[in-house]
Design a protein. Structure first.
Length: 151
């Protein structure tokens, strides 16, 4: 005779941008499994459209994209004050050590080499204040007013 109430708090939104669909879908799967609200874009141009509509808290951005590059995306985002609080994490398979300064100088908050372990990705998001949403389970018995909460 328990009722299950739901938690309606904000889910952290992450936009994954990668032109390699299998990588983008893998990251989407991992992040959704962890409790993030996730959208995916496959190009820089599409990323700009999705950012305006989805209003993400964090952006996982492949630096090498066809057409509008990751650098172009960062410059576009950083030119718009509405996205000042957007955390940008660059993921790249390009020679990481040689280009890490370029990513950060352009306005990215962090950069990581691909491939990245799912646990490392979540750890980086947590370091930037982007926690996953884990719904606590709250069961109540209306007859006794007994409440059980599991985090």
């Amino acid at each position: 005779m328990f009722n299950n109430s739901s938690d309606h708090s904000h889910k952290t939104k992450i936009l994954v941008v990668d032109d390699e669909r299998h990588i983008a879908r893998f990251l989407e799967f991992i992040l959704k499994k962890e409790g993030y609200d996730v959208a995916v874009a496959y190009s820089g141009e599409q990323a700009i459209e999705v950012i305006n509509r989805f209003q993400p808290d964090g952006l996982l951005l492949d630096f090498v994209l066809p057409g509008m590059s990751g650098l172009d995306v960062i410059n576009h985002i950083r030119a718009n004050q509405a996205f000042d609080n957007l955390t940008i994490i660059v993921l790249t398979a390009r020679s990481f050590e040689d280009n890490q300064g370029d990513f950060l100088e352009a306005g990215a908050n962090a950069s990581c080499a691909k491939p990245i372990a799912p646990s490392s990705l979540v750890k980086i998001l947590l370091e930037f204040g982007l926690p996953p949403h884990k719904k606590p389970i709250v069961l109540t018995n209306p007859e006794t007013n007994f409440e059980y909460k599991r985090p």
